[in-house]
Design a protein around this ligand. Sequence first.
Ligand code: GDP
Length: 432
Amino acid sequence: LPVLAVVGRPNVGKSTLVNRIIGRREAVVEDVPGVTRDRISYEAEWNTKRFMVQDTGGWEPTAKGLQQSITRQAEHAMRTADAILVVVDATVGSTTTDEAVARILRRSKAPVILVANKVDNAKLDSDVAELWNLGLGEPFPISATHGRGTADLLDTVIGILPEKPRDPNQFTGGPRRIALVGKPNVGKSSLLNKLTGDERSVVHDVAGTTVDPVDSLVELGGKVWRFVDTAGLRKRVITASGAEYYASLRTRSAIESAEVVVVLIDSSQPITEQDLRIITMVEETGRAMVIAFNKWDLVDEDRRLQLDKEIDRDLVRIQWAQRVNISAHTGRAVQKLVPVMDTALNSWDTRVPTGRLNTWLRETISATPPPMRGGRLPRVLFATQATTRPPTFVLFTTGFLEAGYRRFLERKLRESFGFEGSPVRVNVRVRE
Ligand code: GDP
């Protein structure tokens, strides 16, 4: 289950909040004596979604002092949790310890929500606003003892928790996974042969990795990569009927197994519906993508001009994907695929820390506010990056945001943070 960590100074109400979240079903499921006695995890459920709550409330200050023990708590949460609630006491305001914790959590790769607790009545609203200064986005006012705001908070938590916990081995464990896809005869097996042509580049084992026999390990640019489902490229599987359907299933499964997908397009021929369907499949699956225009050796000046027009017409939506003009036949620019795949994977892995994201959000929105809806201006309260691979952002708003404005924000996100080669998702959650 995904893990929600709750951090903060003593007496800010962390335990009360944890009890609220778990509905006082204090089922301790992890309490390993001597090792992690200072962290207890509970199982919780909200709107049918289950997750673990990691309570750091019992953490005693070490001899080195309170600040250090809380700093450690925050760092631990950053390493292990899928989302973090940092709780501050709104009646006290931000203390130097809160600021130290915020400084750490601003670098967090997991999304962070700033919770302003003890807001038992609306009189405290101005105190809450002051907590923006922690640089963790909009403070989320709640009263853990009265339950005020906790349902909204949990809705938000559910919105940003990934389905599955971070699995450090899922993708980072071995060589990065590449799929070569494209319609039949576009040159996939020729490209694979070119890349592995030099026998020394074919690797037979990598420490700590079990390699599926249908995959190939290939050393390129000083690194080992795993090309998925290359058996299908090496040995032609042609069934008399339904060959196309079969090929399309195979393409889909290769895309799903990959982290970065190289879509081959035959540049000597007009771009086809089938090419575009494959690209859409990659987009929808949310994989990093590189577009390789193959058979470039056959492209003359006229064809090149025509291709530019086809690209403008058909590929505007995916301008974020880098294009490389290659020839699997002559070997032209084939090695250039490696840095381009690297860039795409880096973008795919990127996480924008919550503090930076919200600074960006405030600046972007004040320069170009969202259009009015029903005579009202929807307010975008804050943003957090829920996941990477691909980068997925959640915007919390007070009203519906038009698709056009969402696309505008996505474009601005790309302008500010890059993400070349990776899809980016922007989801909106309306908070009542
Ligand atoms: P696959 O079905 O995508 O694996 O395509 P193949 O690799 O089998 O290639 C299909 C045909 O296109 C073969 O006859 C190749 O020799 C040819 N081909 C592949 N890449 C190139 C290229 O860059 N230039 C030229 N001129 N021919 C190519």
